[in-house]
Design a protein around this ligand. Structure first.
Ligand code: ZN
Length: 214
């Protein structure tokens, strides 16, 4: 088995990113969780019941690709979603899930397009997210969502969980965090613009952009 020489740096990176997301109000209370894939294929995740604002490097959990607990604190109860994304996307090395206010608000709207919940209002959104499937409501921790999450993640690196929030995978923690922040900002723009006529990017304009976070 590959030695986990990358683990100390990964622990520091997860905690630094968690703090940054929390301190900037991108998630609240004990909501939100993030993970990275280590060199040996195991996953390092934020633990259950922890705040991203105060979680410590020594408190992180490790699981295998099927969400089975290996060591550390008990993982977030949403660990199965992270594991589903890593199984579906071999190039993904990080997953971020937030209950960020505007994306969570959009996830509660009636009449969303389940194939793509947000319009491509800006080029940065089109490059970092592209399309955003909406996964139907499940109670937090209900692993009944796992098969659908895994199937959807094969073709999409970002999803919106109905009445809940977004999950975004990326090749690095920076790209996943950047992308989920772009999603949150676009959700905010979408809500600001509700009731106004908007002109999203055309399919041709979106297709001409190079994806940056897949
Ligand atoms: Zn959640």
């Amino acid at each position: 088995m590959t030695a986990r020489t990358d683990e100390p740096a990964a622990r520091a990176h997860v905690v630094r990113t968690a703090r940054s997301l929390f301190e900037r109000g991108l998630t609240h209370g004990s909501t939100g969780n993030l993970s990275v894939r280590l060199a040996d294929g195991s996953l390092l995740l934020t633990p259950t019941g922890s705040s991203l604002g105060t979680v410590q490097e020594s408190e992180l959990s490790r699981t295998d690709l099927h969400g089975r607990h290996l060591d550390g604190a008990r993982p977030t109860k949403e660990a199965f979603l992270h594991a589903a994304f890593y199984r579906a996307r071999p190039a993904a090395h990080a997953v971020v899930h937030l209950h960020s206010t505007h994306a969570a608000a959009v996830s509660c709207l009636d009449g969303l397009n389940p194939a793509d919940a947000l319009p491509p209002l800006t080029a940065y959104y089109a490059m970092r997210i592209g399309t955003l499937p909406l996964l139907p409501y499940h109670a937090p921790g209900d692993s009944g969502l796992e098969p659908l999450a895994e199937r959807t993640a094969r073709t999409h690196h970002a999803v919106l969980l109905a009445n809940h929030g977004p999950v975004v995978a990326g090749p690095t923690l920076e790209t996943a965090a950047d992308a989920i922040e772009e999603l949150e900002e676009t959700a905010r723009l979408h809500l600001l613009l509700r009731g106004l006529a908007t002109r999203p990017l055309t399919p041709e304009q979106a297709a001409a952009l190079t994806p940056t976070s897949t």
